[in-house]
Each structure stands twice: as C-alpha cells, then as structure tokens.
Design a protein around this ligand. Structure first.
Ligand SMILES: Nc1ncnc2c1ncn2[C@@H]1O[C@H](COP(=O)(O)OP(=O)(O)O)[C@@H](O)[C@H]1O
Ligand SMILES: O=C(O)C[C@@H](O)[C@H](O)C(=O)COP(=O)(O)O
Length: 334
C-alpha cells in the first residue's frame, strides 16, 4: 500500500482534564487520547481522508499498547512505530483553564521516540510516500536527530516534499541555542515550513532569557524579537512556502516568488487552544496533497484549527472530512 504522508516524531498517551476551568490541583477526571504534534497531524489527516503513517516509537509497556491500539483504530499505519526495549512510553497531562491557561506536564524520561536510530530509518521505503512531515522537536536529541536527518535525506532522494512543523518545545532543548543552530540547517532541506510567529522567532533565539513560558503553557511561549525579520531570513533559506499561523486571525502564506497571501480564520468561541496547530497542519496537508491552491488549503487548515479550539482535547476530536466541510459551509464557505 502507498501513503500520502509519513510524519516523524513523538507519540504519547495524553490525559486531558475533563473539568474545564478547574485548577490543576482540583482536576477530578481525565480523558485518554494519544498526542504529540506529529501524531496529532497523522490522526487528523487520516480522519480527513489521507492515508497516513507515523514514524515514532513506544516502550514495551501497556501504555505503548494503548498508543498502538489507538493508532490502529484511527487507521494510521504503524509499520514504523518501533517498540524500543529499556524505554518507557511517554505521557502528557493537560489542564484546560480557558481562556488562556493550558498547562502541559510532560513525562518523557527515557522517551522511546528520542531513541529512534538510523537503522530504524533504513527500513523505510520512501518511494511509498507522497510527502514527509518532520516535527522540529524530533531534531532535539541524538540518536533521533540523526535518524531524522537521514530520513529527510531519503525523502529528498525519493523526490517527495519535505514539510517542517517547527513545533517548538523549549523544554526539549538542553541549550536553547542548539534549537536555532539545528533548525537553520534543517530549513535548507525544506519545501514547506509551518510555524507560529513565536516559532519563527525561536529559529533565531540567542538566549534563554528571550523565552518566557507562563503557567506551564509550553505550547504558547512568549519570545522577544522581530517577526518580519525572522520571516525574511527563513525565506532566504530557499523554502517554497512558509505558513505563519496567527491564531484566530488565520494564517499568512509566504511564497518563494515573493507573493504573500493572508488567509482569514473562522470565528468560534475557543475552549482549548491545544492541538489547533496540529489540526491546522492536517487540514493543510489534505488540501495540498489533493492539488488544491494555497488559499483553499489554508482555509481548510484554518477551519480544522478553529474546530479544534472548540474541543476539550486534541486528535481525539479531530474532524472527519464531511464534518469540516459542513462546518465551513455553515460559516459562509471557502
Ligand atoms: N481562537 C481561534 N479562533 C479561530 N481559529 C483559531 C483560533 N486559534 C487558533 N485557530 C486556528 O488554528 C491555527 C493554529 O493556531 P495557533 O494558535 O496560531 O497555532 P498553535 O496551535 O500551533 O500554537 C490558526 O492558524 C487558526 O487557523
Ligand atoms: O506532545 C505535545 O506537544 C502535547 C500534545 O500531545 C498536545 O496534543 C499538544 O500540545 C498539541 O500541540 P499544539 O498543536 O502545538 O497546540
């Protein structure tokens, strides 16, 4: 079987607070899901109708069993989800305290996805995929970084587009400067780059004092710097398309030929911002891989992001194709 996209990076069990608005100390019930940016993207794009595979890893434990079972139920191909001995499957607990507090607590000691190797990559036939999506966080630690770089090399040999979701998680990088040094090299390999304004700034971080993270809101850091300069510098690395996500406003698409398209978002009442970016990426991939133009692909992406901010979780609430088309029609169409 051939696939539309292979995503690379982490997978976890995600435990979402069911007590919306409750302080973390007062959480009574949690919902189980799977998560991690490349996993959310794989599930989201599979639900929309793409054929998706995940390149990741779990430990030889019941949590890994839960993760693999959930991926299978979603129809995501698990051929390249490794089970790595002497590692422990990872977990994330997510509090939901609207409008602006979404604490994330990561349990990632001895994380299997950080132990993915070049040998695991060797087993993949990239000519069976139409695109390769890299999660920037997967470049943080060896040996997964080398595996990721090798996978990218193989994707390029197979002449499939390389898409980077910057997916900046400050806690994953021991020295914050390494993030920029590695990402700036990686950008030279990318066809399409997706990030928030903060993530664009993260590529040029020089000092950890430039980053501030409130209330464990790891997905929503504040970073000082000049966004327009960062965008111009990223375009100079030669990417074909840069998508800068701008929350409720939608996205701005920067093309290699200098064209800039502002694609508006959809108005919703947000409950939980977690996973909006991953849902966005899934929507964009669907349009892009079906040959839609950038504007329409980004409108679908914005709809998927907007849909997700109204939900109390991440990929367990990702929309199916008919649902999101109905959502778009109800809000005035593409
Ligand atoms: N409050 C919102 N209302 C409507 N759409 C939103 C909202 N927040 C996010 N989105 C959609 O989700 C996308 C990703 O959200 P954003 O917060 O920019 O990135 P991330 O989730 O990666 O931090 C946005 O580009 C937009 O399409
Ligand atoms: O691993 C994580 O980053 C936690 C995820 O499991 C969670 O789904 C999430 O935070 C999504 O990230 P976002 O799309 O950048 O909000």
């Amino acid at each position: 079987m051939n696939f539309d996209v292979l995503t690379f990076g982490r997978v976890s069990i995600d435990l979402y607070s069911k007590n919306i608005g409750a302080e973390f100390n007062d959480i009574k019930e949690l919902t189980t899901s799977i998560g991690g940016s490349p996993t959310n993207i794989a599930v989201g794009s599979q639900r929309l109708g793409l054929k998706t595979g995940l390149f990741s890893a779990v430990g030889p434990d019941p949590t890994g069993g839960f993760i693999i079972n959930t991926l299978k139920n979603e129809g995501v191909d698990i051929t390249h989800v490794q089970t790595i001995n002497n590692t422990t499957s990872t977990a994330v607990i997510c509090g939901i305290i609207p409008p602006d507090r979404f604490p994330l607590i990561f349990y990632r000691d001895n994380a299997p996805d950080e132990k993915i190797t070049i040998d695991h990559t060797e087993k993949i036939n990239f000519s069976r995929y139409r695109s390769f999506l890299m999660s920037g966080t997967a470049l943080a630690v060896e040996p997964a970084r080398s595996a990721a770089l090798y996978a990218t090399e193989k994707a390029k040999e197979a002449a499939i587009p390389v898409i980077l979701d910057i997916d900046f998680r400050a806690i994953s990088w021991k020295d914050i400067r390494t993030h920029g040094i590695v990402l700036r090299q990686y950008l030279t390999q990318c066809n399409i780059v997706i990030g928030t304004e903060e993530e664009l700034l993260s590529v040029f971080l020089e000092d950890s004092n430039q980053v501030s993270i409130k209330e464990s809101a790891i997905t929503d850091p504040t970073i000082s710097g000049n966004v327009n300069e960062a965008i111009a510098k990223v375009m100079k690395f030669g990417v074909d398309l840069l998508l800068v996500k701008t929350g409720a406003e939608g996205v701005v698409a920067y093309h290699k030929d200098g064209t800039v398209e502002k694609v508006p978002g959809f108005k919703v009442d947000p409950v939980n911002i977690l996973g909006a970016g991953d849902s966005f990426a899934a929507g964009f991939l669907y349009g892009y891989l079906n040959g839609w133009d950038t504007y329409k692909s980004c409108r679908l992406a914005n709809a998927c992001g907007a849909w997700m901010v109204t939900k109390q979780g991440c990929c367990n609430f990702a929309p199916y194709y008919e649902e999101i088309i109905q959502f778009i029609e109800n809000k005035g169409g593409f």
